[in-house]
Ligand binder design. Structure first.
Ligand code: ATP
Length: 445
């Protein structure tokens, strides 16, 4: 089991956050939403590189949680849902944050995040806390009356609970089994902050694992271990990752045990993922409210029970940011400082960049052939601008693990130079063995 106190003393670069946010904008990872209209606070658009990175994070999660398992199936449920779902789940009455107003500057804050001091003006005088519901409310259809109220989901989890019977019937799964989903969630956060760490629109990766109640403690521990290992396997250093168990007074209304996977962000340890034992709270609540039986019936034994649920719930957008922060580095190559994103090759926006050494027409057709041969296997960039040194730097900065350079020797020997991002080592590889060589490197990473 991972060490809860791991990494307490790991060093943090004070400028890291600014550097990564700057890189995101400069190179097209993340843009402020509606920027040309002055920006819309707390929503972000993912640019050409960010969309690849985010997709790779979600794919890596899906591969580990669904593809490589025969006990977990996927789901993609609706974002818009009727009040009945949120009434039964407890979100209408419980999904609130305590809101206070500063009496001096009138800024509004989440009481549990400010330690009694206004982050804006330093005052310690606040109004009484009020419960503020975080769900976005809207109306479905042409009438804006009570009967048309709908909510944007604040978590993907409820989609799995309300489809429990559908999935059970159609897949014939037997507990322990899970339903996984990746998708957008919406929360009207009082104080969105820290770039894409806390936003009002974000993406989650959640899995509900249904188990016989007496096995719940075992599976809770199991998923803590699995999820912790997932971050390590994709390159988060052990010094920047820890598990934190919630105290009883911190638990959500549905949970009897929760532990967070925390990452050492530039402002300190903060949550990447929560793993909770939700008991049979959700299935029982939806069963009572809908009148549908949400339970498992084991035909051979004649046993009938409501499974407990172990839920690993991660944020895709937040995790993407953690991967970038962990990967960011600066070092010296050939007497020059370079910025390098040491992203795991599976996560990097591009795995390969094909770079013809010069713009001379003789190199272009071969370079294009190399590119076409790689594109079915890897996400590739193709860059002919500027000097080769500058192009390497540009690829290092966005995390491309391998650059393939086509030069004049290529025309004679049918080989290209493969440059490694981390070691900057260059080796000559025949074009007809290039896909295999890069595949080998991917598998080894
Ligand atoms: P917090 O305490 O940070 O508000 P939470 O404990 O309410 O988060 P969960 O409900 O457990 O969060 O959601 C699971 C995961 O979804 C979180 O670990 C986080 O990665 C992600 N997440 C939750 N809220 C946001 C948000 N506003 N912006 C980005 N990601 C979020």
């Amino acid at each position: 089991m991972p060490d809860q106190e791991a990494g307490d003393n790991a060093p943090v670069d004070p400028d890291l956050m600014d550097k990564v946010v700057g890189l995101c904008k400069r190179r097209g990872f993340v843009f402020q939403s509606a920027e040309i209209y002055g920006g819309f606070r707390s929503t972000y658009d993912y640019g050409p590189l960010g969309v690849n990175l985010l997709r790779n994070v979600k794919n890596a999660w899906w591969e580990a949680m669904v593809q490589r398992r025969d006990d977990v199936v996927g789901l993609d449920a609706a974002i818009l849902s009727p009040p009945a779902v949120w009434e039964a789940s407890g979100h209408l009455s419980n999904f609130t944050d305590p809101l206070v107003d500063c009496r001096q500057c009138h800024q509004r804050w989440r009481q549990d995040k400010i330690d009694g001091v206004c982050p804006n003006c330093g005052s310690t005088e606040f109004t009484e806390a009020r419960a503020f519901n975080l769900m976005f409310k809207t109306h479905a259809g042409p009438l804006e009356d009570e009967g048309a109220v709908a909510y944007l989901r604040p978590e993907t989890a409820q989609g799995m609970f309300i489809n429990f019977a559908n999935v059970l019937q159609t897949t014939r799964k037997k507990p322990p089994f899970g339903i996984a989903q990746v998708g957008k969630s919406f929360r009207n956060e009082i104080t969105p902050q820290n770039f894409v760490f806390r936003t009002r629109e974000f993406e989650q990766m959640e899995m509900e694992y249904f188990v016989p109640p007496e096995q719940a403690d075992h599976w809770f521990e199991y998923w803590l271990g699995e999820r912790f290992a997932w971050y390590l396997s994709l390159g988060i250093p052990e010094s920047h990752l820890r598990l934190r168990h919630h105290q009883a007074d911190e638990l959500s209304h549905y949970s009897v045990a929760t532990a967070d996977v925390e990452f050492l962000f530039p402002w300190g340890w903060d949550e990447l993922e929560g793993i909770a034992n939700r008991t049979d709270f959700d299935l029982k609540a939806h069963s009572a409210a809908s009148g549908e039986r949400l339970e498992y019936y084991d035909q051979p034994s004649g046993e009938r029970y409501v499974p407990y649920v172990i839920e690993p719930a991660a944020g895709a957008t937040r995790t993407m940011m953690a991967f970038m922060l962990a990967a960011y580095g600066e070092d010296e190559v050939g007497g020059e400082t370079r910025t390098v994103l040491r992203l795991h090759p599976r996560l990097a926006p591009y795995q390969v960049a094909v770079l013809p050494l010069s713009k001379k027409e003789t190199l272009e057709p071969v370079a294009r052939q190399v590119l076409t041969s790689l594109q079915p296997h890897f996400m590739c960039d193709y860059d002919v601008t500027q000097s080769i040194g500058k192009r390497y730097r540009r690829q290092d900065e966005v995390g491309t693990p391998w650059c393939v350079t086509v030069d004049f020797d290529t025309l004679d020997d049918g080989a290209v130079t493969v440059r490694d991002r981390d070691s900057t080592e260059q080796v000559r590889v025949p074009i007809n063995g290039l896909v295999d060589e890069l595949r080998r490197r991917m598998d080894r990473a």
